[in-house]
Every structure is written in structure tokens, then in C-alpha cells.
Design a protein around this ligand. Structure first.
Ligand SMILES: *[C@@H]1O[C@H](CO)[C@@H](O)[C@H](O)[C@H]1NC(C)=O
Ligand SMILES: *[C@@H]1O[C@H](CO)[C@@H](O)[C@H](O)[C@H]1NC(C)=O
Ligand SMILES: *[C@@H]1O[C@H](CO)[C@@H](O)[C@H](O)[C@H]1NC(C)=O
Ligand SMILES: *[C@@H]1O[C@H](CO)[C@@H](O)[C@H](O)[C@H]1NC(C)=O
Length: 285
């Protein structure tokens, strides 16, 4: 009986030309696809018929492998998924997963993303003990740049987006990922990165003041510290004002959604059903 219902639903969807696009979920650091199951089940329940792919690569300790490596490997899988859904896909990344996902959006011109949702991801980088101590409890945020801004340090994902406001020249010299992904440093890929971002139909940046891990929490919305640790919000950042990766263009064409949600700790974003209902589902087409 359920099978018959599902078939009828699919036929109906096809005949009225309406069906939700598939969703790809990308997990955070030191966890895996299991941590994204609540989101998966809620989407399937509320938007019946949606195909949800839950990325199960680079789980646990391998989530610490370098960001470019993860972007290029997972990107090939997502390109395959995209190829079998010509109507486009939606992409949701949580925490570090939102940065891997943006890397895929910017790098893979054969991945067609309709909505990209970044769920509390350090999009402008990270400078805080909370995040650091998830993985490296013994390290100190003031001095860890000495490790991260080196060839060895760049072999870990966290080093690839560690953005120490007091050591910007070293960040620019050694960091192999974030300065390039943000077109803060120009490369021969810069134009392509921006062009690929501009193909998005919607970019949704979710974060909030009670996160307690992403530091500053505004990094989830491309806000960040200046040289004296004052937070400068997205629209006053160079990346926005100079439209380095298309954020301003997306905003001016009504495609950028910046959501600040209070009352959610970093470890609850992907566990909280009302977050799924109120901030994820409405943006999925
Ligand atoms: C992508 O699909 C092709 C063709 O089906 C397959 O040969 C290849 O292994 C797939 N690659 C990945 C990364 O899944
Ligand atoms: C997508 O593009 C990458 C190169 O950017 C290529 O290696 C990969 O095979 C392509 N995948 C598909 C499914 O077209
Ligand atoms: C810190 O930065 C803000 C904003 O750029 C500036 O107004 C302020 O004067 C700075 N304070 C110090 C102590 O440098
Ligand atoms: C769940 O999310 C809502 C916002 O949608 C928030 O008000 C509430 O505090 C959150 N609860 C937990 C336990 O994170």
C-alpha cells in the first residue's frame, strides 16, 4: 500500500511538474553522517519524496584532513549526484561541513546547486578556544598560529581556516585554503570561484549569538574580527563591499538570506527540529 502511495505521489509530482530537489547533507568536524540524520528524517517527513544524500566520507578523525582534499574528493561525489539530477540539487553543510560545501560550490562548475544553506559554519574563519579545543585541547589560541601557519599545520582542516586577526601577514602567506576561497588572495581560479557562487539561486547563512563555539559567531555570516578583535559585520567587510565572491550581487538580487537565530548552542543546530522546520525547510525548493 505504501509503495502504491509512493508511486502515485511520484506520478502526481511529475504530472504537475512539482517535486522537491534532492538534498545533499555535509556533516561537521569530528562527526559523521549519523549526526545529520535528524535533518534527513525531518526533510523526508515534511517534504515527502525528497531524495536526501547524507555524505559519509571524512568522518571522525579524517574530518581533520586538509580542506582542499575534502572539497575535491567529496566534490566528485556531489558532481555525480548532480549529474543524475539535471533539475539541480540543494546543499546543506553544518559547521566545518558548510565550508567544505562552499568549496564545492565555488570549485565545481558541473555541480548545479539551487539553495546552499550554511548552518553555523566558520565562513570567515575561526579564532577561538571553543573551536580549537574540540580537537586540540592542549593548544592556546594566542600562539597556535605558530603551528597552523606552517607547512605541517596546513595539513589539518582547522589550520586551513584558522584566521588569527593579530597575524594577518602569516595567514596570507601560509594559509592555503580560506584566503583563496574568499578571493582575499587572487589566484587563477578567482573569477571561476565567483562565477560559480553567482549560479546559486539562494544562499542562506545561519548562525546565532548563543553558538559558543564558532568565534566570533558572526563568522557564520561572513562577519569577522578586525585587527583589534572588534567584530565587523558582513556588509562592512571587504569581501562584501568589493563583491569578491558575489555576496553583494546575491544580496542585491534578493538571493542572500542572513539569519541570526538566538537560543541555539553549536551542538544543537543539527539536532533541533524547530531549526529544521523554521530555517531549513522554507528555503528548499
Ligand atoms: C561517478 O560516476 C561514475 C560513472 O557512474 C563512476 O565511474 C565513478 O566512480 C563515480 N565517481 C564517484 C566519485 O562516485
Ligand atoms: C565534474 O568536474 C570535475 C572536474 O572539475 C571532473 O573531474 C568530474 O569528472 C566531473 N564529474 C561529472 C559527473 O561530470
Ligand atoms: C578598534 O577598531 C575599531 C573599528 O575599526 C576602531 O574604531 C577603534 O578605534 C579600534 N580601537 C583600538 C584600540 O585600536
Ligand atoms: C531550538 O531552536 C529554537 C529556534 O528555532 C530555539 O529557540 C531553541 O532554544 C532551540 N533549543 C535548543 C535546545 O537548542
Amino acid at each position: 500500500m505504501n509503495l502504491v502511495k509512493a508511486l502515485l505521489f511520484n506520478l502526481l509530482s511529475l504530472s504537475i511538474g512539482f517535486a522537491y530537489k534532492p538534498v545533499v547533507l555535509m556533516h561537521g568536524i569530528m562527526t559523521g553522517s549519523g549526526s545529520m540524520e535528524i535533518i534527513k528524517h525531518r526533510i523526508e517527513e515534511k517534504h515527502p519524496g525528497t531524495v536526501v544524500y547524507n555524505v559519509n566520507r571524512f568522518e571522525s578523525w579524517s574530518s581533520l584532513e586538509s580542506m582542499w582534499h575534502q572539497v575535491l574528493e567529496i566534490g566528485l561525489d556531489v558532481a555525480n549526484i548532480s549529474a543524475s539530477h539535471p533539475e539541480g540539487i540543494n546543499l546543506i553543510g553544518y559547521s566545518q561541513g558548510g565550508l567544505v560545501a562552499r568549496g564545492i560550490v565555488e570549485t565545481f562548475s558541473n555541480v548545479s546547486v539551487s539553495t546552499f544553506i550554511s548552518l553555523s559554519s566558520p565562513q570567515a574563519g575561526q579564532y577561538g578556544a571553543g573551536f580549537l579545543h574540540l580537537v586540540f585541547p592542549g593548544l592556546v589560541k594566542e600562539t597556535v598560529y605558530e603551528l597552523f601557519y606552517s607547512k605541517v599545520g596546513q595539513h589539518t582542516s582547522v589550520g586551513n581556516y584558522w584566521n588569527d586577526p593579530y597575524h594577518q601577514p602569516l595567514y596570507e602567506t601560509y594559509c592555503m585554503f580560506l584566503p583563496y576561497l574568499n578571493n582575499h588572495k587572487q589566484s587563477k581560479k578567482s573569477e571561476e570561484f565567483k562565477a560559480n557562487m553567482l549560479r546559486l539561486k539562494r544562499l542562506v547563512l545561519i548562525g546565532g549569538p548563543d553558538d559558543d563555539v564558532i568565534t566570533p559567531w558572526q563568522s557564520s555570516q561572513f562577519g569577522y574580527y578586525n585587527a583589534n578583535e572588534t567584530v565587523i559585520e558582513l556588509r562592512n567587510q571587504e569581501i562584501y563591499k568589493d563583491d569578491k565572491i558575489g555576496l553583494k550581487s546575491l544580496d542585491e538580487s534578493g538571493r542572500l538570506h542572513v539569519l541570526s537565530v538566538p537560543g541555539v548552542n553549536h551542538f544543537n543546530w543539527h539536532m533541533n527540529v524547530s531549526v529544521v522546520d523554521d530555517y531549513l525547510l522554507p528555503y528548499l525548493d
